[in-house]
Design a protein around this ligand. Structure first.
Ligand SMILES: [Zn+2]
Length: 282
């Protein structure tokens, strides 16, 4: 009941505040990019995802991963504002790329866990329950499946970028053993390098919240990758430090009107302290 009430209130606020807020923020957003995070695109969230893609095409456009790299390295703002990323390696995100992104020429970054890739039905389900949901009894979507290695390779061939999301979707702040930490961060990259035949320079923290990160893990990530994504909300200006990339997490279970506000950065202020703490201490 409380949830239904707050959702109704939120929808009203979005309706009232949305349009004027969006036009004001739109004027301030020149030179800014935002990195977006989606997990899976199940059959019941396909319309929502199509809505997200169409909205981005009308409101700033998609950056390619290469353009995002130049944005961080060479302080060049290419014009488009949104880089889309997918975490975990769900087959549904592969299908979304094939059916919705590729006909439009959109290139994205897929962060995958090598130990998840290739798992079928029950094994994939067990991996999700044990490692992605960390044992929590959350509802599993019906069409849950991991990508195959052939699918990962074909994404690369189609011009997308593949990054590491650790071997086992580990919460790195809990990994104290150096050898295991090395495996999660460095071996996962080496497996992807060897399998795909290209250097892997992108990494995304599983969970991505401040309490799932550690200085020790971050040092190892910075030594082995150039671009590291968190799940802390925020935007970027050209030349920002690419070892702490902020991302706006989007969910197909939210209303599209709410997702649009998130993509505009309406929730960023809530993450100011977390961004500051990370920039000062990492
Ligand atoms: Zn993940």
């Amino acid at each position: 009941m409380t949830q239904r009430f707050s959702k109704t209130v939120r929808d009203k606020v979005v309706q009232l505040v949305g349009p004027p807020y969006l036009s004001a923020v739109g004027r301030l957003e020149s030179g800014v990019i935002r990195v977006l995070l989606v997990h899976d695109v199940t059959s019941d969230t396909l319309d929502w995802f199509t809505g997200v893609v169409e909205w981005i095409e009308r409101n700033g456009g998609f950056l390619t991963p290469n353009e995002a790299q130049s944005f961080f390295r060479a302080r060049v703002w290419p014009g488009p504002r949104y880089l889309l990323t997918f975490d975990d390696g769900f087959q549904s995100s592969f299908k979304a790329a094939r059916e919705i992104l590729e006909p439009r020429g959109i290139k994205v970054v897929f962060f995958v866990c090598p130990n998840f890739i290739g798992l079928r039905s029950h094994e994939a389900e067990r991996f999700v329950r044990d490692f992605i949901f960390e044992g929590k009894q959350l509802p599993l979507s019906q069409d849950l499946c991991a990508m195959t290695w052939e699918e990962v390779e074909s994404l690369l061939k189609a011009g997308h970028t593949i990054g590491s999301h650790t071997l086992t979707h580990a919460r790195l702040s809990n990994v104290k053993d150096h050898e295991r930490l090395h495996g999660e961060i460095v071996t996962s990259r080496d497996i992807l390098n060897a399998r795909l035949g290209v250097p892997v320079t992108w990494f995304a923290y599983p969970f991505g919240s401040i309490d799932s990160m550690s200085r020790k893990a971050h040092q190892l990530i910075s030594d082995n990758y150039e671009f590291c994504c968190t799940n802390i909300r925020g935007h970027h200006l050209a030349g920002d430090e690419p070892s702490l990339i902020w991302r706006e997490s989007l969910s197909g279970f939210e209303d599209l009107s709410y997702t649009k506000l998130v993509m505009r950065g309406v929730l960023d202020w809530r993450y100011y302290r977390r961004r500051k703490e990370l920039l000062e201490s990492y």
